[in-house]
Design a protein around this ligand. Sequence first.
Ligand SMILES: O=C(O)CCC(=O)C(=O)O
Ligand SMILES: [Fe+2]
Length: 364
Amino acid sequence: MASVAKIPVIDISDDTQDQAQVAKELVEAAIEHGFIYIKNTGKDIPVEDVDKAFELARKLFKETPIEEKQACTIQKNNRGWSAMHYETLDPKNQRVGDLKEAFNFGEPSPTSPSILQQPLPPSILGDQPFITHFQSLCYRLSLRLNTLLGIGLGVSPPDFFTSAHLRENGASGTILRLLYYPPASSLSDAATEEDVRAGAHSDYGSMTLLFRLKGQAGLEIQTREGEWVPVPVCPEGTESDPAPPVLVNIGDLLSYWTGGLLRSTVHRVVFPGSGGSNGVEGETAEGERYSMAYFCHPVGTTRLEPVPSERVRKYTEEQQKQGKEVINGEKKMLTADEHLHMRLAASYLKLYEDEKKKWEDLKA
Ligand SMILES: O=C(O)CCC(=O)C(=O)O
Ligand SMILES: [Fe+2]
């Protein structure tokens, strides 16, 4: 049996717990693994809302005519529908584009949340208030996590990350993304189970909240040793929780902000094993797969320089002494928006054909 990722499960829902201790645990997991399970007790994100959001995904991907989705095709603002194969997360190693469909929702306007920010298929227009509500739940959870990371790292002031993410402080690249991975049995001749459902990548934002469904295998992370290991949907100790934990992963920006101390871990989605089992008890890769990701980004103009933290400063100094590269190897200090567009340009090859050179020139 394949070993599975040993990612800590942390409960942040209990306000009576020592916050400094919770913050410390969170930071240690972010340094060691770059992935953390946040126990879902239903307090931060009610289970009914998670269920409803997955139901919305089913309606969007299974009941909405393709023409309606095509009319909302993803644009350079990173909002809208991305068809099968349209995105290629790991172009160097993929024969075909990702075997998935996705729909990206941008953040609501902080002053007029009911005003539509992007075209939506008529089939889900009536769900807009719920989408806004679900985004707000994720937003609030992400702010709490940002605050805890600030406390745990001793950043001065501790709400440094949180303020950088406040909606009222400016527009950001934050996206709620619904994902649908069709079953292997439906693949056309161009792709096989050897191809990846989502190519190897690290996430572009500061952190991602990932929701998955019990029993649906496929997500793997790359360990420090370069080995691919599956990430169970329901790790030990969460089996009788009302819902699977929210899987949080550190993205590139928190890694940049901390000189690489927090780890933006590479991950992918595959069809593990031809028998449809990935070695995780109770999970299978047979059949379709759904997931939802809330990609948090700070305000777009935020500069990605190391944050004021003694721990980060010491770490960076140590790395430099050892002659190791300090993360953020781009030629110039980027803003959050520049980094996002550089990464999007590398995975939406067609959409960014005209800007390819501009973004490549920014890379080291
Ligand atoms: O579907 C998943 O489990 C992960 C998706 C993912 O890594 C992403 O969309 O960035
Ligand atoms: Fe990802």
